[in-house]
Design a protein around this ligand. Structure first.
Ligand code: HEC
Ligand code: HEC
Ligand code: HEC
Ligand code: HEC
Length: 384
């Protein structure tokens, strides 16, 4: 009898220690805040012990802008003074150099101007990072001017993604189609069954991004018919892939599924929160940026920047959000650098919906009508 009590006691101590010292267990207090109708279980769970340090960490090294005075905006234009300025030519020389300083602080604080320039001839385009930067500049302008349905007036700068590093900490490579099991035993594992950080340490497919943020497959689980029919994309694979993307979205923002969905019905828009609509635009924005600006860079990147399929890294939700509902807690840095807002571009008036609409013409796919409700309705009407 005594031995049994000892034994039970020992097990209890071991399990308690295990619980306390392994990942995934959080010490209270836990806060909850309601985000939907009463009784629907729509609440956000957070832990101030984790939130506080995360906020301090993300905002600790936030670069401060030197104020932009009208005097700085006057004077000769960069396009007239310098030899090889293709995008920022309209800026005054002072403003141009202020932006160069900021870019250096955001992307290559250690290497300095030489990360993109041959320091003996700043006009020369011999360093590949300078070419990359031209794409990055137009991408940033496009996000800030055409995707306000997602980024609002907060906007983004290079720092939103780069945070003082040459390559953003969170970006993704197209998955290796040949990848085998970690031990090599099970052979081909179809891109899943590894506790992948990208999808919250689940064994769901670790690369939902190629299908959804690079190519444009339908993000759908629910069929509208009792039996499967040909037009429906809601296969087992598509379901796993959709859940993998959803978990990525949740972890990228540090939220639960109910931040966007009413779990009574994940598909319908009526019960969903406004944040789900914002996310719908976020998905289209990431797709468009990857397709128009980031993927084409693969041809100029050096080999050590390329992944298993020979392509460079691309953008997902985590690239900007980094675990927070609004990147950098909604700090609006872009307004200090008007040239990054892309306000001069003629495309400003057309708006984001236009972008999505265009895609619908070229792909003929259901998902790309220019507003979320409509896209679901169209899809619902598409049964046999
Ligand atoms: C992350 C890359 C990057 C960094 C770092 C960078 N630049 Fe540039 N720089 C560019 C790009 C891209 C252009 C061309 C802009 C355009 O085409 O509109 C440029 C152009 C210039 C030009 C115009 C040269 C000419 O005659 O055409 C000057 C001057 C310049 N940069 C100075 C600097 C200085 C000074 C620093 C450091 C404080 C710096 N740059 C850091 C990317 C960078
Ligand atoms: C939405 C996120 C995002 C924003 C905003 C962004 N970048 Fe990038 N940038 C990336 C990603 C992702 C890569 C990785 C491409 C690769 O090298 O594989 C990258 C790569 C680069 C590189 C190449 C680095 C290297 O060593 O190969 C440079 C230089 C760069 N960005 C500069 C900039 C500048 C300057 C800005 C602002 C005008 C900017 N980026 C804004 C996501 C972003
Ligand atoms: C940040 C917002 C957000 C979060 C968090 C989120 N989702 Fe979603 N979810 C969406 C959006 C937006 C769509 C529609 C995607 C589209 O049509 O492009 C969607 C679609 C879905 C669908 C497909 C519905 C259909 O019509 O077939 C399912 C299922 C789903 N989500 C489940 C989940 C689960 C489970 C979680 C938690 C792990 C989750 N979602 C977290 C925004 C979110
Ligand atoms: C280019 C950077 C960038 C990318 C990539 C990005 N976001 Fe955002 N997102 C932002 C910014 C900036 C805001 C803040 C807008 C504001 O102030 O209202 C934001 C806001 C949001 C919000 C609203 C938060 C709130 O509290 O109202 C949601 C939800 C969201 N993003 C989801 C996503 C999802 C899901 C993805 C991936 C499919 C994504 N975002 C990708 C930059 C980005």
């Amino acid at each position: 009898m005594k031995i049994v009590i000892w034994f039970v006691g020992a097990i209890t101590v071991i399990l308690t220690a295990f619980m306390l010292f392994t990942a995934g267990w959080e010490r209270p207090p836990i806060d909850t805040s309601q985000s939907g109708f009463r009784g629907t279980g729509m609440e956000e769970v957070s832990n101030p012990r984790i939130e506080g340090p995360l906020r301090r960490e993300q905002l600790a090294n936030l670069p401060q802008a030197t104020p932009l005075t009208p005097a700085m905006q006057a004077g000769p234009k960069a396009g007239d003074v310098y030899q090889n300025v293709q995008i920022l030519g309209d800026l005054s020389v002072t403003q141009f150099n202020r932006l160069m300083q900021a870019i250096t602080e955001w992307v290559s604080p250690e290497q300095g101007c030489g990360y993109c320039h041959n320091l003996n001839n700043l006009a020369e385009d011999s360093v590949y990072t300078k070419d990359v930067t031209r794409s990055m500049l137009t991408m940033t302008q496009t996000i800030n001017s055409q995707w306000t349905d997602h980024v609002a007036d907060t906007g983004v700068t290079c720092y939103t993604c780069h945070r003082g590093q040459n390559v953003p900490e969170y970006a993704w490579f197209n998955g290796d189609p040949e990848a085998t099991a970690v031990s090599g035993m099970a052979g081909w594992r179809d891109g899943q069954n590894r506790a992948a950080a990208e999808v919250g340490l689940t064994s769901l497919p670790e690369d939902p991004f190629t299908a959804y943020l690079d190519e444009r497959q339908e993000i759908r689980v629910l069929g509208n018919e009792a039996l499967p029919y040909e037009e429906s994309n809601a296969s087992l694979q598509a379901t796993e892939m959709t859940y993998a993307l959803m978990i990525h979205m949740s972890t990228s923002l540090g939220v639960n599924c109910t931040y966007c969905h009413n779990s009574r019905s994940f598909g319908t828009w009526e019960g969903s929160t406004p944040q789900r609509v914002t996310s719908w635009y976020g998905i289209r924005m990431a797709q468009a940026m990857n397709k128009d600006y980031v993927s084409p860079l693969s041809s100029i990147l050096p080999p050590h920047r390329l992944g298993p399929t020979g392509e460079g890294q691309k953008i997902n939700c985590q690239t900007c959000h980094q675990g927070v509902q609004k990147p950098l807690y909604g700090t609006a840095m872009a307004k200090d650098y008007p040239s990054l807002l892309g306000l001069n571009s003629a495309s400003r008036q057309s708006g984001a919906s236009n972008d999505a609409g265009e895609a619908s013409e070229t792909t003929g796919s259901l998902v790309f009508s220019d507003d979320p409700e409509e896209s679901t309705e169209v899809a619902e009407g598409s049964g046999p």
